[in-house]
Design a protein around this ligand. Structure first.
Ligand SMILES: Cc1ncc(C[n+]2csc(CCOP(=O)(O)OP(=O)(O)O)c2C)c(N)n1
Ligand SMILES: [Mg+2]
Length: 669
């Protein structure tokens, strides 16, 4: 170690996690000019220069090149981990989520100095959901990173979740060393194969000299495909000193669709008697997508429905907003789209759950002229026959269609349509305001029995209406997979802006509501956030209560619907399996509000709508004004709404008698 006494030329930054009693020994010098080493003696420098960075290394240290090396073409000598971190900086990726591990330490060691925050979570499953929540709430890419093997395997569910949420994320998977892989299996797993179907692109760093090239490509692919992309790095790639050249950032212009298909779409919409626009996630993801759809809708006088779980894809206060389609969606939206002769599906792959029957009715207008716009051409025509398919960016395509509409477009019975929109919305709002309880299917009595058993308890809908009364209009909300959260779909129609509604999406993972709202708050610290989850799904993520109260973590508010059951699955059991409840019960003795308190957080248990309103109001106030994280445990009756997969379930057929005596216990005696 070459250390001199040139302390005055050193900049010191105390390592954030430098262990007490174990002072680090070397100092990173700040000298002008890349490649001109300077060094400092710790004895001279320690304590003398505020902000110095102490570390143990064998190499002399030089000042890093300027923070944004975009366009810099000359070779710069640096370590592989410095190259990695500088590439992150170049792309503005400054939030990482995961659990610390030795295989990532060469780069995490540089994070504080580089302005990268590492959110050390309690479980990688949650870390991944946080990363998704952060990026969805901000539109800014973030990073998931953990230890090779068991840390990385925990990322599979959130990465696939982010994939179907169309979230661009960087998945960093440090790998067992090339030098030892296959020799003993410690923390080894085929990390490329594991994520093959979960990311839009993956690449392994095959040589240390390729760190920047590969990382840059992976990040750009994630952005282009709006999905997670993976970089796999054998750990012996780190700590190599090489000459690197930074590439130029390559932001590709998005396609505005083919000329002919735009013209065909404009023609169809110009002739339409009852045009309807169906906005998908693409309108949120594309810059100006919602605004462009608004202009188009206004010209056409067309109602705008939102795809399932994308309730914030159009402003809720706009007169043409019809609400979300699909499971527990808006009856107004369903009624209106059922009348369409032309549907413009904008920025959507048309996932099947946006078109399946709901409330016992089929609303999708079979035979409609369908225009589908998706940035990914492979997804066009997957679920519905399409008349005009356009591969392109929602905003650009909507603008180009608008420019080509006939002057008379939208004029056919505009007033009649506007009146219909108004009436459909008013009638659904009024119906929803009187819906208190869930129906039983003929021949089943579960909901009736629940009401009789606990007449004093709130129903899910009563709770949702209480939430609606006090939820701040500008709040970001998350939800989870489960029966209560699904019922909530009908009540989230108020968003005036997008990136406000974080539903778990079409991979359907329980355990999304809590971690995603933490990620959202990290990204939007000035906005109130409220997460929602059922008690079962919350249980999957609740270990994060041990992490989220620490130091710099921002405060959130979390509502946990306590019905003491894995309700959504129980509903299937009541309908198709004659109340043969297998694995549907939760532990009555668990007190989530008390667990919160034991974690140093606030916990409140509420049993009435008045208590719920007061607690939520107070919790949001505490979040915004006193940096308090509060968990509200809402005791509900056990009523259960519509099942999610009526389309896929049927009563079982029994052909064989199964007997306990036939179990081969003797094999294990
Ligand atoms: C990770 C994961 N495990 C299991 C399921 C299957 N699943 C779907 S909904 C559900 C029940 C959710 O129960 P809870 O969170 O208590 O909400 P409730 O339905 O009671 O409102 C289960 C187990 C899933 N979707 N994801
Ligand atoms: Mg439950």
């Amino acid at each position: 170690m070459a250390l001199s006494k040139a302390a005055s030329s050193c900049t010191m930054i105390m390592g954030r996690r430098a262990g007490a009693g174990a002072p680090r020994l070397a100092i990173r010098a700040a000298v002008a000019g890349v490649g001109s080493p300077a060094s400092c003696h710790p004895g001279t420098a320690l304590g003398a220069l505020a902000g110095a960075r102490l570390f143990q290394t064998g190499s002399p240290v030089r000042r890093a090149p300027a923070p944004s090396p975009a366009g810099q073409r000359q070779a710069v000598r640096m370590t592989t981990e410095e190259a990695f971190v500088k590439t992150l900086q170049m792309h503005g990726i400054k939030e990482g989520f995961g659990i610390i591990g030795s295989a990532m330490m060469p780069i995490s060691d540089l994070f504080p100095e580089a302005g990268i925050n590492f959110w050390d979570c309690a479980h990688e499953y949650n870390a991944g959901m946080m990363s998704d929540g952060y990026s969805r709430a901000t539109g800014r890419m973030s990073m998931m990173i953990a230890q090779n093997g068991p840390g990385i395997t925990n990322f599979v569910t959130p990465v696939k979740t982010a994939y179907w949420n169309h979230t661009p994320l960087l998945l960093v998977t440090p790998q067992a060393a090339n030098k030892t892989i296959g020799q003993g299996g410690f923390q080894e797993v085929p990390q490329m194969a594991m994520f093959e179907d979960c990311v839009c692109y993956q690449e392994e760093v095959r040589d240390p000299s390729r760190v920047i090239e590969v990382l840059n490509r992976v990040i750009e692919k994630a952005i282009r495909s709006s999905a997670p992309a993976q970089i796999n790095i054998p750990r012996d790639v780190w700590t190599k000193e090489l000459d690197f050249v930074f590439p130029q950032r390559m932001a590709l212009e998005r396609s505005s669709g083919g000329k002919q298909s735009i013209a065909a779409a404009a023609e169809l919409l110009s002739q339409a008697k009852f045009p309807v626009i169906l906005n998908g996630a693409g309108t949120i993801l594309s810059k100006g997508g919602i605004e462009a759809s608004k202009k188009l809708a206004e010209k056409l006088g067309a109602p705008v429905c939102c795809n399932y779980q994308h309730n914030d894809a159009f402003p809720g206060n706009h007169p043409l907003y019809a609400g979300p389609l699909g499971y527990n969606g808006s009856k107004a939206a369903m009624e209106l789209i059922s009348k369409a002769d032309v549907v413009l599906a904008l920025g959507t792959r048309l996932n099947p759950f946006s078109t399946l029957p709901a409330y016992d009715t089929s609303y999708w207008p079979e035979g409609v002229k369908l225009i589908q716009v998706d940035i990914n051409g492979d997804r066009i025509g997957l679920s519905k026959p399409v008349d005009v398919g356009i591969t392109g960016d929602a905003s650009l395509v909507a603008e180009d269609i608008l420019a080509q509409l006939a002057p008379s477009a939208g004029e056919q019975d505009r007033q009649g349509r506007e009146a219909l929109i108004k009436n459909a919305k008013a009638s659904w709002t009024s119906e929803l305001s009187t819906m208190d309880h869930e129906n039983d299917d003929q021949g089943t009595t579960w909901n009736e029995r629940c009401r009789a058993k606990h007449p004093e308890r709130m129903s899910p809908r009563q709770a949702w209406r209480a939430v609606q009364r006090v939820l701040p209009k500008d709040a970001i909300v998350s939800s989870d997979i489960g029966n209560n959260c699904a019922i909530g779909n009908a009540y989230f129609t108020h968003f005036e802006g997008s990136r406000k509604y974080l539903a778990p999406g079409l991979f359907g993972p329980c355990g999304y509501g809590f971690p995603s709202i933490l990620g959202a708050k990290i990204g939007q610290p000035k906005t109130p956030v409220v997460g929602f989850a059922g008690d079962g799904a919350f249980g999957i993520s609740m270990n994060e209560m041990t992490a989220c109260g620490r130091g710099e973590w921002p405060a959130i508010t979390m509502v946990v619907f306590r019905n003491y059951q894995w309700g959504a699955e129980k509903r299937n059991t009541t309908l198709w399996y004659q109340d043969n409840f297998v694995g549907t019960e939760l532990n009555d003795g668990v007190e989530y509000a008390e667990v919160a308190k034991a974690c140093g957080l606030k916990g409140v248990k509420v049993k009435t709508t008045a208590e719920l309103e007061a607690a939520l109001k107070n919790a949001v106030e505490g979040q915004m004004e006193r940096n308090e994280t509060t968990f509200i445990e809402v005791v509900l009756n056990q009523e259960l709404g519509e099942p999610f997969r009526r389309d896929a379930m049927k009563a079982p057929v029994r052909t064989l008698e199964l007997r306990k005596e036939d179990m081969a216990d003797h094999l294990w005696a």
